[in-house]
Structures are given as structure tokens and as C-alpha cells.
Design a protein around this ligand. Structure first.
Ligand SMILES: C[S@@+](CC[C@H](N)C(=O)[O-])C[C@H]1O[C@@H](n2cnc3c(N)ncnc32)[C@H](O)[C@@H]1O
Length: 297
């Protein structure tokens, strides 16, 4: 007979004295917050949920309590041992020990899916994945980019970031926080902040405020042509390398001759003095279309 799931409070009480700063370990205990993250990811019974950095299993137990299945990736060996003791015996919980950035996400999701198909034979395709995570902030944006590469596998994602970073994901054109993260998230998903949390919501408390961003993947991407998408990404990254430059100056680093840059920028109806933070998603797409042949991709 399985032990019942422990509460987040019990799990954190058992583990918090061993929390390691270098792994960004700040644990959530409030069941309302944990339930709110699961709700933001639209998690329901039977779902397959990828959780990054389960810590002592606070969010994992919340998700398991909803009757969903969790595939968790945890870097800290001590936490893996702890989770092995408290959660691994529970059906529905699977754990991979390792760095999330070292995983081939497409592969680990497919491996897990294979197990599900084998368990319940039938012709119906598996539903898409959900993702919920209170991310370690030092790798959080990189984790987003890895998830973006497999975004079509997900139905919804609720990810906790440092608040300043969360604002950069949801920023609109012209906002101070608008840049690479806003444009990259628009490429794959609609996004909104669904919760902001003070440091005191975590144990031990971090130095910064935090926010949960809900990403709702769109079908495919907003730029279906892979070559055009590549050109768009190159232009966006180059444009925001240095703030406060005009677009033609910011794009100097592409190696495209200045006269050609100016011609293309004017051809898409932009002023030559425009700064990248005032260029909308659609205008970047138009510029990428205009310059794709000039970019050494
Ligand atoms: C902010 S804590 C979240 C813990 C728990 N989910 C919670 O909300 O209470 C971040 C977790 O990510 C783990 N972690 C840090 N870097 C990681 C990495 N590169 N790959 C996977 N897990 C990582 C940490 O050990 C820690 O357990």
C-alpha cells in the first residue's frame, strides 16, 4: 500500500535546511500558489506534465494530486535521492537525474509517450503535453529556448521566472522590456503573466520578485517557412545586441552593406531613425523577408 502524498509544507520542512543556492533552490509551500500554477498550465487528470526542477516535490505532489502524470528533470543528486524516497514509488511520477539543458527534450518526451502508448494500446493519438515549472533563474531563459524548439508538443506551459524576465516575455512593442524574449515568445505562443509573487512566498526567500508566465502555444509557429524563421531570429538577435542604436546601426553587425540595409528598411515602410524596440513582430517579419537573401544563414 502506497504512503499518501505528503503536503508541500511537510516536504519543504524535511528538506529546506539542505537547500543549495548554486542550484537556485527556493521552494514553494503555499498550496494555493502551487494549485494556481497547475491551474495556469490547465493541468487535469490523465495529463502528461513535464516539470523542470521538482525540488523536494512540492509542485510535483500538487500535480500528482490532480491525477496527472509527472516527468521531472532534476539536477541536484541529493534532491534526486530525496525524491526517490518520497515520490518515486508513486505511480505517475518519473524522474530523470540531470541538467535540463543537457537533455534532448524531443527524445525524452517521445520515450515517455512510448511507455503510455504501450500501457494503453489503441489508435487514438496521445494528447499534447503540459509543462509546469518553478525554474532555476540562472538557466530560465535558456530553458525557454529549449522548450520553444519543441513547443508544438505542448498544449500549455506555466513557467516561473524572475519578475523582470517575465515582463520581457509579455512586453508589447514600444515597452521598455520589449526585445528578443517578447519576439521569440510571440513566434511560438501567446503569453501572459498570471501571478506575481514576493520573495516571502519561497523558502528560503530569493532576493527578487517572481512571476508566472502562461504560454499558450499557437498551431505551428507564426513563421512557418524555416528559412524565413531563421532570418527573423538572426535579425531580432542582432537588433537587440546593443540598446539605443537606430535599426540600421544595430544591424551593421549582420555584415550587410549599409546602403542595402537602409534600402530594405525603407522598403518595409520603416523610418531609418527607428530603434529596434519600436519595430513590431510583423515589421521584423517583413524585414526578414526583404533581407533573407542578404543574410549569410
Ligand atoms: C526554484 S527551485 C523549484 C523547486 C520546486 N519545484 C518548488 O517549486 O518548490 C528550482 C529547482 O531546479 C533544480 N535545478 C537547478 N538547475 C537545474 C538544471 N540545470 N536542470 C534541472 N534542474 C535544475 C534545483 O535543484 C531546484 O530543485
Amino acid at each position: 500500500m502506497l504512503e499518501p502524498l505528503q503536503t508541500a509544507g511537510e516536504l519543504v520542512r524535511r528538506y529546506e535546511r539542505q537547500a543549495k543556492k548554486r542550484f537556485g533552490q527556493h521552494f514553494l509551500v503555499d498550496p494555493n500558489i502551487l494549485g494556481g500554477i497547475a491551474a495556469a498550465a490547465n493541468i487535469v487528470e490523465g495529463d502528461r506534465v513535464l516539470e523542470i526542477g521538482p525540488g523536494p516535490g512540492t509542485l510535483s505532489t500538487t500535480i500528482l494530486g490532480l491525477g496527472a502524470n509527472v516527468l521531472a528533470v532534476e539536477l541536484d543528486r541529493d534532491l534526486v535521492a530525496f525524491l526517490g524516497e518520497v515520490l518515486a514509488p508513486h505511480p505517475g511520477f518519473d524522474l530523470i537525474e540531470g541538467d535540463i539543458l543537457a537533455q534532448n527534450l524531443a527524445e525524452i518526451l517521445a520515450d515517455y509517450d512510448a511507455k503510455f502508448v504501450a500501457d494503453s494500446p489503441g489508435d487514438a493519438p496521445l494528447a499534447k503535453w503540459k509543462c509546469a515549472a518553478n525554474l532555476p533563474y540562472n538557466v530560465a531563459t535558456e530553458v525557454f529556448f529549449r522548450l520553444a524548439d519543441v513547443m508544438e508538443r505542448f498544449d500549455s506551459l506555466a513557467l516561473m521566472f524572475q519578475r523582470e524576465v517575465a515582463l520581457r516575455f509579455v512586453a508589447g512593442c514600444g515597452d521598455n522590456e520589449y526585445g528578443v524574449l517578447a519576439l521569440m515568445s510571440q513566434l511560438y505562443a501567446d503569453s501572459e503573466i498570471v501571478m506575481t509573487l514576493p520573495p516571502g512566498a519561497f523558502r528560503p526567500p530569493p532576493r527578487v520578485h517572481s512571476a508566472v508566465v502562461r504560454f499558450q502555444p499557437i498551431a505551428g509557429t507564426r513563421i512557418p517557412d524555416p528559412e524565413l524563421r531563421k532570418a527573423f531570429k538572426t535579425l531580432v538577435r542582432q537588433s537587440f545586441q546593443t540598446r539605443r542604436k537606430t535599426l540600421p546601426n544595430a544591424l551593421n553587425s549582420t555584415g550587410i552593406p549599409k546602403p542595402r540595409l537602409k534600402e530594405a528598411i525603407e522598403a518595409v515602410g520603416l523610418d531609418l531613425r527607428v530603434r529596434p524596440e519600436r519595430v513590431s513582430f510583423d515589421e521584423f517579419v517583413a524585414l526578414a523577408t526583404e533581407l533573407r537573401a542578404d543574410l549569410a544563414l
